[in-house]
Ligand binder design. Structure first.
Ligand code: COA
Length: 255
C-alpha cells in the first residue's frame, strides 16, 4: 500500500481514503491497485461488514491521473483501473461514499457503483470524457441513461460540463446532500447502521440488487476497448497537453 490510499478499520467498517490532496486525489495506477486490494481483502475479512470510500475536504477525486493516461495507458482488462472498476462493481460488501469537493471522471462514475452516496452541498461533478477526446467508462454509458433517461445522460456525457450536487441528486445517484462538515459523519452513521444488520442477508440483498452485473461488466469492457483507442488519438494528446500547459504564462485557460 502506498500512503496515497489510506485504510482504517473500526467497528466492522473499512474506510478507504484517497489521500493525494495536492493533486485533488487524481488516481494513479498504484492507487487503483491499492483500492482493489483493499476491497478484495475486505470481502474475506470476517471482521468487516461495510466499506466507506472518501477523499479530502476539497476534492473527492479529480479522475484518472492525466499524466498516467499518457505514460501508462490501460491496455486491457488486467489494467489497474479496470481491475478496480470490476472489483468495485462486484463488491460483496455494501459501499458507502462520502463526497466533498470536486468529483471528476472516475471520481463521479465510481459513485454509480456505490450503494449509498452522501455529498456536500458545494461539491461539483463532471464527466469530461468528451472534452478529452475520450468515451465514458465504468459502465456509465449504460448506467446513466438508465438512471436519468437518455436526454439527461446525453447532456452529461456529450457536453461534459460540470454539474452541482442538486443536479447529481436529480440524476439519481445521490442519497443526500449535506453541509460539507457533515458529509463524513452522515456517511459513517449509515455505515454503522449497515454494520449492525444481519450480515448474510445484507450481502444477499446487495447481490440480488446487482443481478445484471454481467451486462455491466460487459459494458465496462466494451467501453474500455474504445477508450484505449481514443487515448492514443491526437485529440486526446492535445487536450491533456493543454491541461498541463494551462498555468504556463500566456497559455490559454482550459475549460
Ligand atoms: N491528473 C493529474 N494531475 C491533476 C489532475 C489529474 N486528473 N487533476 C488535477 N491535477 C493536478 C493539477 O495539475 C495541479 O497540479 P500542480 O499543482 O502541480 O499544477 C493540482 O492537481 C491541483 O489542480 P488545479 O487544477 O490547480 O486545481 P483546481 O481546483 O483549479 O481544479 C480540477 C481542480 C479537478 C477541476 C482540475 O484540476 C481539473 O480539471 N483536473 C483534470 C480533471 C480531469 O480531466 N480528469 C480526467 C477525467 S477522465
Amino acid at each position: 500500500m502506498t500512503d496515497l490510499i489510506k485504510t482504517s478499520k473500526k467497528d466492522g467498517i473499512l474506510t478507504i481514503t484517497m489521500n493525494r490532496p495536492d493533486k485533488k486525489n487524481a488516481l494513479t495506477t498504484g492507487m487503483y491497485s491499492d483500492m482493489t486490494k483493499a476491497i478484495k481483502d475486505a470481502a474475506n475479512d470476517s471482521d468487516l461488514r461495510v466499506i466507506l470510500i472518501t477523499g479530502s475536504q476539497d476534492a473527492f477525486c479529480a479522475g484518472n491521473d492525466l499524466m498516467d493516461f499518457l505514460n501508462n495507458p490501460p491496455q486491457d482488462d488486467s489494467s489497474p483501473v479496470l481491475q478496480f472498476l470490476k472489483t468495485l462493481s462486484e463488491a460483496e460488501l455494501p459501499v458507502v461514499a462520502a463526497v466533498n469537493g470536486t468529483a471528476v471522471g472516475i471520481g463521479t462514475t465510481m459513485l454509480l457503483h456505490c450503494d449509498f452516496v452522501y455529498v456536500a452541498d458545494d461539491s461539483t461533478f463532471s464527466l469530461p470524457f468528451i472534452n478529452l477526446g475520450l468515451v465514458p467508462e465504468a459502465g456509465s454509458s449504460m448506467l446513466l441513461p438508465r438512471l436519468a433517461g437518455h436526454q439527461r445522460a446525453a447532456e452529461l456525457l456529450m457536453l461534459g460540463e460540470p454539474f452541482t450536487a442538486e443536479d447529481a441528486k436529480e440524476v439519481g445517484f445521490v442519497n443526500r446532500i449535506c453541509k460539507p462538515e457533515d458529509v463524513l459523519d452522515t456517511a459513517m452513521k449509515t455505515a454503522e447502521k449497515l454494520a449492525k444488520k444481519p450480515q448474510n442477508a445484507l450481502r444477499e440483498t446487495k447481490a440480488l440488487m446487482r443481478q445484471d452485473f454481467e451486462s455491466v461488466a460487459a459494458r465496462i469492457s466494451r467501453e474500455a476497448d474504445v477508450f484505449k483507442d481514443c487515448l492514443t488519438s491526437e485529440e486526446t494528446k492535445n487536450a491533456i497537453t493543454t491541461f498541463f500547459g494551462r498555468k504556463k504564462p500566456g497559455a490559454p485557460k482550459s475549460g
